[in-house]
Design a protein around this ligand. Structure first.
Ligand code: DAH
Length: 339
């Protein structure tokens, strides 16, 4: 009897059907009440009791296998009938998730758009830079603390090769290649050896701007930045420039905008002052122009630099800078419709 079961199992395993009808015929042949498998079950009743355990097990396996095989054949005809055009078009489709842009990209694109309307083009430079482009050509004195190991990531042991600490380095790259007039912005990633906290990260993003031409004045700088602030934070936004210091600009300033959250009344975002700082700026120092072979008696220019994280945090009231880098979809999916 075991031999018979084995033979039938082989037969079932290798059986094929060309149509759904044939598959049904096979079901009748093997699994119906009078089918071959059922006949074996009848025969099973007649064998000696000592053999029942062993034979019963194998026989059951045959039955299960035959059922699975026939179902498989039948399913294959159902599936391929779709291919032949019998698709039920009224069935709902399978929906799939589409990703969205990262909030930093959304804001970067917006900044690029706003300055694009004022005729600024985009340029980019390398993230791994040398001392000349990040510091020396930008008028950083040798003993300036920004060159210190604590702020700058150096590559290997070479003090000349480093990760750029600001996108101002792209100013130098552009001045090397292009003669004035220059009107461009430089978005990109920057690196600083800083402890990571809710307000600071060792990797972040900046947009730098540079405008060099004849007769460019501080008034041009102010008007350009006022336009930017209003486009970015709303038409009621006011700006305020406070005197500051940067090696590459003279005079230098930091720009505050009236707090977009409380409208200037004072809240915890602006720490009660009604103003929040968003960027640094100034007139390009003549020493920087000369360093880059631009005649400072003929040309003047302005520059500015801002952190994209900071603008994004203000724009969307995000309290912790680390959220930008964690790739948590619960955070990211909130910006899907903002693009
Ligand atoms: N490079 C400065 C920084 O990383 C930002 C900056 C300030 C850029 C003033 C400028 C500028 O072009 O004029 O903090």
């Amino acid at each position: 009897m075991l031999e018979k079961i084995k033979q039938l199992a082989e037969e079932v395993k290798s059986t094929v059907a060309q149509t759904a009808d044939e598959a049904e015929q096979l079901r009748i042949k093997y699994l119906s009440k009078k089918g071959l498998v059922s006949q074996l079950f009848d025969e099973f009743k007649t064998i000696p009791n000592e053999q029942k355990r062993e034979v019963g097990k194998v026989l059951n396996e045959l039955k299960v296998m035959a059922q699975e095989k026939i179902n498989e054949l039948k399913d294959s005809f159902q599936a391929s009938s779709h291919d032949q055009g019998n698709v039920d078009l009224t069935l709902p489709g399978t929906s799939f998730e589409i990703g969205g842009r990262h909030p930093l990209s959304i804001v970067k694109n917006e900044i690029v758009d706003i300055f694009g309307r004022l005729g600024f083009t985009i340029a980019e430079g390398p993230e791994i830079e040398d001392d000349w482009h990040v510091f020396t050509a930008l008028n950083f004195p040798l003993e300036h603390p920004a060159r210190d190991m604590q702020d700058t990531f150096f590559i290997a042991q070479d003090p000349d090769i480093l990760l750029r600490t600001h996108t101002s380095s792209v100013q130098v790259r552009v001045m090397e290649k292009q003669k004035p007039p220059i009107r461009a912005i430089f978005p990109g990633r920057v690196f600083r050896n800083e402890a990571i906290s809710a307000r600071a990260h060792c990797i972040f993003h900046q947009v730098e701007g540079l405008f060099i031409d004849k007769n460019v004045s501080f008034a041009d700088l102010k008007q350009t930045l006022l336009y930017f602030a209003k486009e970015m934070f709303g038409q009621d936004t006011k700006i305020r420039l406070r005197p500051s210091y940067f090696p590459f600009t003279e005079p230098s300033a930091e720009m505050d905008i009236s707090c977009s959250l409380c409208g200037g009344k004072g809240c915890n975002v602006c720490k009660g002052s009604g103003w929040v700082e968003i960027l640094g700026c100034g007139m390009v120092d003549p020493a920087v122009l000369e360093c880059n072979n631009i005649d400072s008696s003929e040309y003047t220019g302005f520059a500015f630099g801002m952190g994209i994280e900071r603008i994004t945090m203000l724009r969307y009231q995000i309290k912790d800078i680390r959220l930008f880098f964690e790739n948590d979809v619960r955070f990211l999916e909130q910006f899907r419709s903002a693009d």
